[in-house]
Ligand binder design. Structure first.
Ligand SMILES: NC(=O)c1ccc[n+]([C@@H]2O[C@H](COP(=O)([O-])OP(=O)(O)OC[C@H]3O[C@@H](n4cnc5c(N)ncnc54)[C@H](O)[C@@H]3O)[C@@H](O)[C@H]2O)c1
Length: 335
């Protein structure tokens, strides 16, 4: 579908669901961006879920988002159960302002929802020449090390840094693959890769439905489980949001708003060594890119390079949408 047609449709759908024009545009743009970076797990496949939660009054389409100033650097946002895209967008912009003022910004968000890809927000800070960390917790998907039951989310860790034309953005969930990929595979009746999830009996499965009923595997065993816990503490406990398995799954838990928490940290990279930061960063990338390549690798990439190339490649192209998702969009468009 042509991008401009899709954008108008999405804006219209969100407006029909009572979001303001401004908030509808933010949501439409982030969904399209996920498609353009080919993160299909976080794009149009989720539109029906967001609309469903708005209809069930679990996402507030007209949130009164409050920003409490704690200091020149620190802000605490009450998202009033807004759609995550909107509160996270406001929060990262606040974190950028705070860091521009004082060298460091710390912004916590409570009572929010699923915000898509963390890199959306990291990119904004990097464009303003700041280092950034973004954290969010997510619904139960991983078992804590030694436990049988899912409790931690796939809790992504995102770190961005200005690095010349292409931003350096490491944005990774702490599970072998993100849960959205499993949801998407389930919707399209596809298999998931081997070794990323267990069924409810603790056996490895490549069946998406069974994986959703079982547990996903963390990256690097107990280390990944520890990182998931860290993100849950920073995004959940510290911000005053749900934590320890209480974050509601947006797809199938309708017992209340998700109450997701996010944390954004922005840092002026020049605070310690001034302009030398950029010089040393360039040097670091050059040293690493020039290393002898491992077998099968012809180019060493830094985190974010591949996604940036994908985005540029797709920027002017139509978006390919599976028929099952086209049907969902058309249905929402005529409500
Ligand atoms: N909102 C939520 O609740 C939630 C939860 C989980 C994940 N997510 C999002 O899902 C997205 C995908 O997560 P994922 O775990 O599937 O990430 P991924 O596996 O696609 O990528 C992980 C990281 O590895 C880097 N990378 C990939 N190939 C590389 C290469 N050849 N050389 C160097 N670096 C390379 C990428 O740039 C990225 O930073 C993220 O944007 C994350 O924020 C969101």
């Amino acid at each position: 579908m042509k991008q401009n047609i899709l954008r108008s449709k999405l804006i219209k759908i969100f407006k029909k669901h009572k979001l303001s024009k401004e908030h509808s545009k933010i949501c439409a743009d982030y969904l399209i961006k996920a498609e353009l970076v080919e993160a299909k797990s976080h794009g149009l496949t989720r539109l029906k879920m967001y609309c469903n939660r708005i209809q069930k009054k679990l996402i507030n389409p007209k949130p009164k988002i409050k920003i409490k100033k704690i200091s020149q650097s620190i802000s605490h946002i009450d998202a009033d159960n807004s759609i995550g895209f909107v509160s996270a967008d406001i929060a990262v912009k606040q974190a950028i302002k705070n860091a521009k003022r004082t060298g460091i910004g710390l912004v916590a968000v409570k009572r929010s929802g699923h915000f898509g890809l963390s890199s959306f927000y990291a990119e904004q800070a990097v464009k303003k020449r700041l280092i950034v960390f973004c954290f969010t917790n997510a619904p139960p998907a991983l078992a804590p090390h030694g436990a049988k039951k899912s409790l931690f989310g796939t809790n992504p860790i995102c770190f961005g840094v200005p690095a010349g034309k292409t931003p350096f953005i490491l944005d990774t969930s702490v599970s072998m693959i993100n849960r959205g990929r499993i949801r998407h595979a389930h919707k399209l009746r596809r298999k998931i890769p081997y070794g990323v999830a267990l069924n409810k009996f603790g056996k490895i499965t490549t069946n998406a439905k069974q994986a959703l009923q079982g547990t996903q595997l963390p990256i690097a065993g107990f280390k990944g489980s520890g990182l998931a816990w860290m993100v849950d503490i920073l995004s959940g406990i510290l911000t005053g949001s749900s934590h320890s398995g209480k974050t509601k799954d947006p797809f199938d838990d309708f017992s209340g708003p998700q109450n997701v928490g996010h944390l954004f940290i922005t840092i002026n990279p020049k605070i310690f060594i001034g302009k030398n930061f950029d010089k040393e960063m360039k040097k670091s990338i050059k040293i690493i890119k020039n290393l002898p390549k491992a077998r099968g690798c012809d180019k060493i990439l830094y985190p974010g390079e591949r996604k940036n190339n994908t985005y540029k490649k797709n920027l002017k192209k139509d978006i390919l949408i599976p028929s099952i998702i086209i049907k969902e969009i058309e249905k929402l468009d005529v409500i």
